[in-house]
Design a binder for this molecule. Structure first.
Ligand SMILES: [Zn+2]
Length: 323
C-alpha cells in the first residue's frame, strides 16, 4: 500500500472518471478501480496512472516500472543534458507570456477560482510561470511522463475526467506528439465547461523532436480547423521565422553526420552560430508574412457547440500569398 500522499487534491479526485468507460472510480488502497468495467489503475508514488491501454502508446506497466516514455525525469538526466541546458537556445517563445496574462484575465472574469487542466504539464512550459504564481488559479498538471510537476499520468486521447469539468485547458507543444490530435481536441472540448477556454501552442516549421513520438504539424489555418468547435478569441504566431530558420540550419548540418560524437559537436556548433536569429522574431512576430513561416502558432478560444465551417476558415487567411 502506497504511503505517499496523492499528488492531486480532493477536489480533482471528485472529477475523475474511468478513461475507458467514463464511469465512476473508487479509490482502493494504492489503486483506483472502475465500478463498471472493473479496470484497475495504479497510483505510483502518489501519482494516479489513468491510461486507457487499448488506445494509448503507453501501458500501465510503463509507469509501474518507471520506464522512459516520452522523456526522462530530470533527476535521471545525463551530464550531456546538463551541458545542453547551458547552451544558448535556438528558440524563443515570443507571445506566450502576454497570451497567458490575457488568458488569466479572461478566466478571472468568468470564475473567481478557475481550475485549469494542463495536458503535457510535467515540465512548466515557456511563459507559463505566471499561472503558477496566481493563488486564485488551480492547476491540474498531467503528462505521459513522470516529471517535476506531473500530478497525474493520463493520455490526451482518453482524458479521465467527467464532461464539463474544467474552466480552461492548456496544451502547449503537445499536439504534434499525439497520434490523433483531432481526438485529443474533441476530448478537450468534452471536459471543458460550456463557456470554457482553450489555449494551444503547436509547431509548424520545426524538425522532428522527441524521436518516434512526433507525428504532425499545423499551418495557422490548419490549427484553426483543428479547433473548429471553438470560437476564436485570438490566434497567431507564437514562435517566429528566425527560430524556424535556426532549427532548419541545425538539422541541415546534422543531416551530414551519423556518429553520435560528431552530431553532438554539430549540435553545440549550431547553437553558437545561429542562436541570434531568434532575436529577429520580436520584430516580425505579428507581421502577415510570419503567418506563412512561423515556427509555431497559438490559438485561444472559447468552447462552442457549433463548428466554424471550412469556407469561413479560408476567409481567415491573413498571410501574404495571393491565390
Ligand atoms: Zn471503466
Amino acid at each position: 500500500m502506497s504511503t505517499t500522499p496523492l499528488a492531486i487534491n480532493a477536489s480533482v479526485v471528485s472529477l475523475l472518471q474511468c478513461p475507458i468507460c467514463h464511469h465512476h472510480l473508487n479509490s482502493h488502497e494504492a489503486t483506483f478501480a472502475c465500478e463498471s468495467c472493473q479496470a484497475i489503475f495504479p497510483i505510483v508514488d502518489g501519482i494516479p496512472v489513468l491510461i486507457n491501454e487499448s488506445n494509448s502508446l503507453f501501458s500501465l506497466n510503463d509507469f509501474i516500472h518507471h520506464r522512459t516514455t516520452t522523456f526522462q525525469d530530470t533527476k535521471f538526466s545525463s551530464i550531456k543534458n546538463r551541458i545542453k541546458s547551458l547552451l544558448p537556445t535556438l528558440g524563443r517563445n515570443i507571445k506566450g507570456p502576454e497570451n497567458y496574462q490575457k488568458l488569466i484575465d479572461h478566466l478571472l472574469e468568468q470564475a473567481p477560482s478557475p481550475v485549469i487542466l494542463i495536458i503535457g504539464g510535467g515540465i512548466i512550459g515557456e511563459g507559463m510561470e505566471i499561472l503558477t504564481k496566481d493563488s486564485r488559479i488551480q492547476l491540474v498538471e498531467t503528462d505521459v511522463s513522470f516529471a517535476p510537476r506531473t500530478q497525474m499520468i493520463c493520455d490526451g486521447h482518453d482524458l479521465p475526467f467527467g464532461d464539463q469539468s474544467f474552466d480552461c485547458v492548456i496544451i502547449q507543444a503537445v499536439l504534434e506528439h499525439v497520434v490523433d490530435p483531432y481526438r485529443c481536441v474533441a476530448e478537450i472540448h468534452r471536459v471543458l465547461k460550456l463557456d470554457g477556454l482553450v489555449y494551444a501552442e503547436t509547431p509548424f516549421m520545426q524538425q522532428v523532436h522527441m524521436g518516434c513520438y512526433d507525428f504532425t504539424r499545423f499551418t495557422h489555418l490548419g490549427h484553426r480547423r483543428l479547433f473548429r468547435y471553438f470560437r476564436e478569441i485570438e490566434s497567431g504566431a507564437v514562435c517566429g521565422p528566425g527560430m524556424a530558420l535556426a532549427w532548419a540550419y541545425r538539422y541541415f548540418l546534422l543531416s551530414f553526420c551519423e556518429h553520435p560524437r560528431i552530431r553532438q559537436f554539430v549540435y553545440y556548433f549550431s547553437s553558437f552560430t545561429s542562436f541570434f536569429l531568434k532575436y529577429f522574431d520580436s520584430h516580425i512576430i505579428n507581421s502577415p508574412g510570419t503567418l506563412d513561416a512561423a515556427s509555431g502558432y497559438y490559438f485561444m478560444g472559447r468552447r462552442s457547440e457549433k463548428p466554424i465551417c471550412d469556407r469561413e476558415i479560408i476567409q481567415l487567411y491573413r498571410g501574404l500569398q495571393k491565390t
